[in-house]
Write a protein that binds this ligand. Structure first.
Ligand SMILES: Nc1ncnc2c1ncn2[C@@H]1O[C@H](COP(=O)(O)OP(=O)(O)OP(=O)(O)O)[C@@H](O)[C@H]1O
Ligand SMILES: [Mg+2]
Length: 251
């Protein structure tokens, strides 16, 4: 049975998609069968692997007779990584979903149908606490919360915690697996201070692995590959590998 992880934070641009892509690729490097689910209408994760899809997750959320489209990523040399692509149609699907029965549970049911084919399923979510993000929290066993090391960014963590608490009505065993500093510039005193503050406030819940700000990570995203294919011997790849080991140890 797969470990199902939602990667969530309602704040935009904190590294949700980058974490999903590179953590997924590292888990695959460690021999795990990985499915990445793009639940963001922006489709950044789909683009991050250079996938152009003709069917998207939107259809499967609105019609239970249509299975999740699972695409094997071929062009980007990521053996062991599959993707459920998104498209902008997901934005209108979210609005249509509001009127449907079982609207919060639809992703869970679709994922359950294919979960035994994978060891890890990572769900990338949009920057909101709307129905799509709630679907990811209901489908998941655990949440990873990527955050920047800025005081403005960590103010929203309590709000996310409240949404997670509300979701317990539908998914009583949901837990936060960890908070990840996904983009930290340790040369800046403010960022070091935020890291220290987070560790004092949330303790062990903060992953000991931190992902430093690194231009290779940005470039890999633009090139449509993971940081492993872009610069496998670099520090960024090593950090994501360390994160993957930490994730596996927390399962
Ligand atoms: N450690 C890092 N070093 C350098 N750049 C990074 C790092 N992590 C993420 N980025 C860059 O920061 C930008 C935002 O990251 P990303 O798209 O992953 O955030 P997001 O939380 O998914 O955003 P959104 O809320 O819009 O979905 C991207 O350009 C990405 O390449
Ligand atoms: Mg994103």
């Amino acid at each position: 049975m797969a470990t199902i992880i939602a990667i969530a934070n309602q704040k935009g641009g904190v590294g949700k998609t980058t974490t999903t892509a590179n953590l997924g690729a590292s888990l695959a490097e460690l021999g795990q069968r990985v499915l990445l689910v793009d639940l963001d209408p922006q489709g950044n994760l789909t683009a991050a692997f250079g996938v152009k899809a003709d069917s998207s997750i939107a259809d499967a959320l609105l019609d239970r007779a249509r299975p999740l489209p699972v695409v094997i990523i071929e062009n980007s040399q990521h053996p062991g990584v599959s993707l459920v692509p998104s498209a902008i149609a997901l934005a209108t699907a979210e609005a249509a979903l509001m009127a449907k029965l079982g609207r919060e549970m639809r992703l869970r049911d679709q994922i359950q149908a294919i979960a035994d084919r994978f060891d890890f399923i990572l769900i990338d979510t949009p920057p909101s606490l709307g129905l799509l993000t709630i679907n990811s929290l209901v489908a998941a066993q655990v949440v990873i919360v990527p955050t920047e090391a800025r005081f403005f960014s960590i103010q929203g963590l309590q709000m996310l915690q409240d949404s997670i608490s509300e979701t317990l009505y539908l998914n009583a065993s949901l837990k936060v697996m960890g908070i990840l500093l996904s983009k930290i510039d340790t040369r800046l005193r403010e960022e070091r201070a935020v890291s220290k503050f987070l560790r004092e406030r949330w303790g062990e819940l903060v992953f000991s692995t931190e992902i430093k700000t690194n231009s290779k990570i940005l470039e890999a995203g633009s090139a449509g590959v993971s940081v492993f294919r872009y610069n496998g011997a670099g520090k960024a790849a090593a950090s994501y590998l360390a994160l993957a080991r930490e994730v596996m140890s927390r399962v």
